[in-house]
Design a binder for this molecule. Structure first.
Ligand code: OGA
Ligand code: ZN
Length: 373
């Protein structure tokens, strides 16, 4: 039997479940999260916290079946909670999140056929296939889509199954081909060393999509590396470099005739628990380092150590995209690049667009909910 009692002095409710687990629920938390606090349709909180006394007390607590009812002394309001809901929301541990899928680091010993791959028609038609591919893409930070129609809209249709596209100063869709008057090295035929796109943006774009429409030129192979794996190896082998790269922000900047977009950021971002959550790496967009002179020499050593890793074949997976294929990767984790190509030998055309991490994770949660219901 579930036991519920008041810890009056601490203004808390204690619940002990039949399996012995127990949790304490402060009265203010219970009243703030009363089921009546939420709008029945929008599911947003309507309750005004300041309308509740900070030190409210319970006048009566009773358990009926699977629910506990608390009658509040101050205004006579009654709050009825399901015991299951209380067990799921016990204070002190975060609610499980279906989008929190552990990153699976990878290095250069894998090949294109090891990457998770989704079939375009299935991703468009089947929520289960979409959920599976999204979860794999979240874990690996990279995947392929094949079987796309020979249509510039086909890759975008898959991306829009996830969410809306992220617009940047290069547009919502960017055409990656060699063109006159380029404002970006991607729009030339030169090699692009491994990088992440747009670390100069206040929020660098999340998932990047490169849909291959043509790849007939000599050269132009794609290269990818897992920035999380590079960072973890650096943490182990060069801890001083790792510390500098994860604590000192550097300036990033893109500017042309229309825009001047700048942001300062660390190369390696860590969460509160020390896990790597983001990589910003773009030697072309790194602006003039402006840290104190005493720090510069050590910082350059650390920065060069990361750069050397990006050139180390131990991390790189290389393959040529084929028309009808699309590569999808977390641009805030996975570095991408390409070999130079010779536009005189044939046409190379990729179409690029982004969907941010927030939209990607939201789709994972919604699909998990519909699969579970
Ligand atoms: C880009 C880019 C890679 C390629 O457009 O951001 O890096 O293969 N392109 O052309
Ligand atoms: Zn790029």
């Amino acid at each position: 039997m579930t036991v519920v009692d008041q810890l009056r002095a601490q203004r808390m409710l204690r619940v002990i479940w039949p399996d012995g687990t127990q949790a304490n629920f402060p009265f203010i938390w219970l009243r703030d999260n009363c089921p009546s606090a939420w709008h029945p349709e929008t599911q947003e909180r309507m309750q005004d916290l300041l309308a509740i006394p900070a030190d409210l007390s319970a006048h009566d607590v009773s358990v009926e079946g699977d629910c506990v009812t608390v009658a509040w002394e101050d205004d006579g309001h009654r709050s009825r909670f399901s015991l299951d809901w209380l067990a799921q929301h016990a204070p002190g541990r975060p609610l499980p999140d279906p989008a929190e899928i552990a990153a699976k680091p990878w290095r250069g010993d894998i090949a294109r056929q090891d990457l998770p791959t989704g079939d375009a028609a299935s991703l468009l038609a089947d929520d289960g296939a979409l959920a599976h591919w999204l979860a794999e893409t979240r874990a690996w930070g990279i995947s392929l889509v094949d079987g796309l129609a020979d249509d510039p809209q086909a890759g975008m249709a898959v991306a829009r199954r996830i969410g809306f596209l992220r617009e940047t100063n290069f547009g919502t869709v960017f055409e990656v081909k060699s063109k006159p008057n380029p404002n970006n090295l991607a729009y030339t035929a030169v090699a692009l060393p491994l990088h992440t796109d747009l670390p100069n943006q206040e929020l660098p774009p999340g998932y990047q999509f490169l849909h291959c429409l043509a790849n007939e030129a000599v050269g132009g192979g794609s290269v990818f590396a897992d920035g999380y794996a590079i960072a973890e190896d650096l943490r182990r082998n060069a801890p001083d470099a790792f510390d500098l790269l994860s604590t000192i922000p550097i300036p990033f900047r893109f500017h042309d005739g229309d825009v001047d977009i700048r942001r300062r950021h660390e190369v390696i971002t860590l969460d509160d628990g020390g896990a790597v959550t983001e990589i910003c790496w773009n030697a072309h967009l790194a602006d003039v380092f402006d840290m104190p002179a005493e720090t510069l020499a050590a910082y350059y050593r650390a920065y060069r150590a990361f750069m050397a890793a990006t050139r180390d074949p131990a991390y790189a997976v290389e393959f040529a995209l084929r028309p009808g294929e699309m590569v999808v990767f977390d641009n805030r984790r996975v570095l991408h690049g390409r070999a130079a190509f010779d536009p005189a030998t044939g046409h190379r055309h990729l179409q690029g667009f982004y969907v941010d991490r927030g939209e990607f994770d939201s789709r994972l949660r919604v699909l998990a909910q519909t699969a579970g219901s």
